[in-house]
Design a protein around this ligand. Sequence first.
Ligand code: NAP
Ligand code: G4F
Length: 324
Amino acid sequence: MAKQRALITGITGQDGSYLAEFLLSHGYEVIGMVRRSSTVNFERIKHIQDKITLVTGDLLDEVSLIHMLRDHRPTEVYNLAAQSFVQTSWPQPVFTGETTALGVTRMLDAVRIVDPDIRFYQASSSEMFGKVVEVPQHEDTPFYPRSPYGVAKVYGHWITVNYRESYNMYACSGILFNHESPRRGLEFVTRKISNGVARIKLGLDEELRLGNLDARRDWGFAGDYVEAMWLMLQQDQPDDYVVSTNETHSVREFCELAFGNLDLDYRDYVVMDERFMRPAEVDLLIGDSTKARTKLGWEPKTSFPELVRMMGDADMKLLKEQQR
Ligand code: NAP
Ligand code: G4F
């Protein structure tokens, strides 16, 4: 059988790096799309850079996507690229829409033009449920997005469904709940906490400034979630799936555990800062991933305490190495 070839947009991001590792371990040839920047940004993929092919392209430029598909002829496309930080989507709503919403159409349309048999995965988000109308949230729960990012992801989800129905393409939308790791960007709350705790323990900082401690999320490990992306593209029929742990925890609980792991009390260090509050908050997310578990045979392997511990240990190690 010919070697499977996957193209990943967003390969320099958290999920892209785990997915690339996963696909390489399954014998895939991996093509990664990277956008041009003035400084190289390959920190998360430098350990596998000699095993993958990087090509320049941008979700804002459909011509670049068409060339990339024509030149490399992947069998699967994983569209992970996005402006993915919810908070930034308020000051940059148009850019977020261009990338996170219209970018999906550009990628889907490039696939349709070059080879509509390419299997397509869209990185959709639990942020689409926003001000939730049902608890827990599953594939049929109506969307109520609360940020320009969430609105853009709703567009990305429906355009994926629409291309599947209009052109009979194998296109799937994975509705993934929050997933974290030591590779998470420092601006997201879990990594901000794991990094902040380690810095406090090492005497580099005296406090950690956060926003809403009462927000609740269904947090899993990114390394577990990329398997679900792949499984979605290996089925007889394309479909949409919720991927979640089915547990919810507050930001406060994350703090309690992360500080507690280093024998610290978060109440002595965490300072509430209005700058990190959002104009409209998503208060509670908790998924119901029964469909992914039964149809894909997927389930998360990492518990919440294991995730908090993994991220805390990794940040402590990293900071100690930097101090040497
Ligand atoms: P991430 O770490 O922020 O990575 C985003 C990636 O997108 C980066 O590689 C970035 O490239 C790339 N990118 C941004 N704009 C681009 C453009 N115009 N053209 C090409 N590439 C562009 O995000 P992540 O956590 O890995 O998430 C992956 C995807 O899943 C995103 O679509 C996100 O919205 C979605 N999602 C994430 C979660 C989660 O909890 N992590 C949950 C649900 C859905 P640079 O390195 O050049 O910036
Ligand atoms: O870590 P966050 O920034 O992630 P958020 O907004 O849930 O979005 C992430 O998950 C989505 C899936 O549901 C993805 F689609 C999206 O791309 C991204 O990966 O914030 C989590 C919660 C929020 O309620 C926020 O208000 O933490 C709260 N929070 C409290 N203090 C904070 C802070 N968030 C950040 N980033 N920084 C704070 O200081």
